[in-house]
Design a protein around this ligand. Sequence first.
Ligand SMILES: [Fe+2]
Length: 133
Amino acid sequence: MAFIEWNKQFEINISEFDDHHRHLLNLLNKTFDNLKKGIEKEKLGMVLVQLVDYANYHFRAEEVWMKDQGYPKLQQHCAEHRYFIGRVQEMCKDYETGDTALAQELLSFMKNWLSSHILGSDQEYRRFYTKHK
Ligand SMILES: [Fe+2]
């Protein structure tokens, strides 16, 4: 079973962002598999960096789009993205100096945060978009 399964409820019907979210979940699953396989700490660190880079790329795309749509909760949404990136960067630093068990903690944080963010705040911009397009 995958670490995080794609769920129909994640769909926001904006194909670019659904693709991004699917890709993020795939990356999370691959990273988790690598962790379980016991790859070297340094290599896992590089995979984690790719995951964070992709999350950043996706957040930026969403933020530009929300701004273009005149989304009223843009600031709040951006703050959530910043919280995620800040927390993940802190955890990555701890991982570099700590042991590999911290990677498990980091991936669990990402999984929980991403699921609730997509189901909550991302679905909220979808509802706004559907109403106003
Ligand atoms: Fe978002």
